[in-house]
Design a binder for this molecule. Structure first.
Ligand code: GRF
Length: 239
């Protein structure tokens, strides 16, 4: 039966509980959710600037990553990609006269890989409209706070400095504003006494690693619809 459910600010029960019909089984290529191949043969491009633990989560989930591109030649994410046999590319802002030119170069590189979804996995550059408009509702970002609280590059530090008792992560579609597009999934993470930026970020990343592959698989499979700020999931789901 076809069900249509809205993804929301709270992870739907069927997904939070990892209902059997939606569990990832790692495969050699392609993401396979038991019972149906949600993202099988769907092509995903990942942009990453740093360590790449979220990229690793995508690879481990069997998402078919066809290209990893970075703005930083020293990003460990590139090494992870090489180890997994995935093509890599570096597009450095310094090699382009302005931000628009950088955006265009990155857009053209990504478009040439013919992605079904583009995932920003710790990509620390703001993408301009020329990039975003090329992949409407197909770009997924993960951010280490419960948006709209603590957007920006220092979300974990800012949440700790504010003294919040709960933070978390937000996996969302990318629009032309920073840390702003429709929310796909969020997970709350408690702040513990004695947490510093590294320990809290590590705990938040565990949630990102769980949610990001599911979100990317669904977007790549064309199963996410939007209506303004709302994202809706159209999918075969267990009832
Ligand atoms: C993640 O916490 C992500 O939310 C933020 O940067 C971090 C990247 O971590 N934008 P990694 O490089 O995937 O380990």
């Amino acid at each position: 039966m076809n069900h249509t459910r809205r993804t929301g600010s709270i992870l739907p029960g069927w997904l939070a509980g990892r209902a059997p019909g939606w569990q990832h089984r790692a495969g050699p290529r392609g993401s396979e959710l038991a019972g149906e191949n949600v993202a099988d043969n769907r092509r995903v491009v990942v942009l990453a600037s740093g360590n790449g633990s979220n990229l690793q989560a995508l690879l481990d989930a069997g998402i078919d990553v066809v290209l990893v591109a970075s703005d930083r030649p020293d990003a460990y994410a590139l090494e992870r990609a090489r180890l997994a046999g995935v093509d890599t590319a570096v597009v450095r802002p310094a090699d382009h006269p302005d931000r628009q030119a950088f955006d265009r170069a990155l857009r053209d590189l990504v478009a040439a890989a013919r992605p079904d979804a583009v995932c920003l996995a710790g990509f620390m550059r703001i993408l301009g409209p020329e990039f975003v408009r090329a992949f409407p509702d197909r770009i997924v970002n993960t951010h280490p706070s419960l948006l709209p609280a603590f957007g920006g590059a220092h979300a974990v530090r800012d949440a700790l400095a504010y003294g919040v008792r709960v933070s978390g992560c937000t996996v969302h579609l990318v629009d032309e504003q920073v840390d702003h597009g429709p929310v796909l999934f969020q997970a709350a993470v408690p702040v513990e006494d004695g947490d510093d930026e590294a320990s809290l970020h590590e705990r938040i990343k565990r949630e990102e690693h769980r949610l990001l592959p599911v979100a990317v698989g669904l977007v790549a499979a064309g199963r996410v619809r939007t209506d303004g700020r709302r994202a809706w999931l159209t999918a075969e789901v267990p009832s």
